[in-house]
Design a protein around this ligand. Structure first.
Ligand SMILES: [Mn+2]
Length: 284
């Protein structure tokens, strides 16, 4: 072991010991490949018709994967807590109907094996980023895991959480920047896009960005999505709802299908432009 590797606390997640970028395969979909992956869908699965409808809409507009929460870690115990297993059944049905792989959050070890029966990708939410027993448990599964950054976690703490999953034998970890808590109150969180190039330098794991939770305001989501892709993010996770004003959770930050479609076309222009730009030498 070299002196440099001893200084790095997250050996399995580190690019120092694993120079090649990891590509996480979800069926035929590659996260960390040459094209940014777009994961879209409502914050919560609210009912069968809602998730089937939005799945078809986002699929037509170019989404690669469907999101939908069934177990919701809400700040208030009086807020909508999700449909639980029924929600996962609807989500899986919507995934099958559209051919989109599905992702949903796992909040506790108790429900993990049940959730694995319905989803293609597990999500660890920001509030559980340091739930080490849960990280170890998902590390023992074979499902890809999207690991959201904690509300007040440093990049090093986040990579150490990824290390817990990798250390149990699951190599399929995707990091997700979703905004951190700062003194700023104009937005729900402060989307830390610095994290994209920093993580790319420190780690071989793919990193996606969630501008919906990162801003908390639908009208800012498009700008920050484009910025994330321009910064080199491997994908986006976006909340899209047919009727944001009546959504049971996170309506104010949800895009309508029309807004999502407009963003997808802008992103296509950005990606094709980026592919024409030559690599410039980096200083310091
Ligand atoms: Mn949400």
């Amino acid at each position: 072991m070299t002196a440099r590797s001893v200084q790095c606390p997250y050996k399995l997640a580190s690019r120092m010991l694993h120079p090649d970028s990891t590509v996480v395969q979800v069926g035929r979909l590659a996260i960390g490949g040459s094209t940014p992956v777009v994961i879209a869908g409502p914050c919560s699965v609210e009912n069968r018709d809602q998730i089937l409808d939005i799945a078809q809409r986002v699929q037509k507009l170019g989404a690669h994967m469907l999101r939908g929460g069934a177990f919701k870690p809400r700040s208030s115990p009086y807020s909508f807590q999700g449909l639980g297993e029924t929600g996962l059944q609807f989500l899986a049905e919507a995934g099958q109907a559209t051919g989109l792989p599905v992702v949903s959050e796992v909040m506790d070890i108790e429900n993990l094996s049940m959730i694995c029966e319905y989803v293609d990708v597990l999500q660890i939410g920001a509030r559980n980023m340091q739930n080490y027993p849960l990280l170890k448990a998902v590390g023992k599964t074979t499902k890809p895991v999207i690991l959201k950054r904690g509300l007040a976690a440093t990049i090093e703490e986040w990579l150490l959480s990824a290390e817990y999953i990798l250390n149990e034998g699951n190599p399929n970890v995707v990091l997700c920047e979703r905004g951190i808590r700062t003194f700023e109150t104009s937005t729900r969180n402060t989307l830390d896009l610095n994290a994209v190039p920093v993580v790319k330098e420190l780690s071989h794991l793919p990193i996606i960005v969630d501008p919906s939770h990162g801003t908390g305001v639908a009208r800012y989501v498009s700008a920050m999505s484009l910025a994330a892709v321009a910064a080199g993010a491997d994908g986006l996770m976006l909340e899209v709802h047919t009727s944001p004003e009546t959504a049971l959770s996170d309506g104010p930050q949800s895009l309508t299908p029309d807004e999502f479609g407009l963003l997808m076309s802008r992103m296509e222009t950005l990606v094709s432009w980026a592919n024409t730009v030559e690599e410039v030498p980096v200083h310091g």
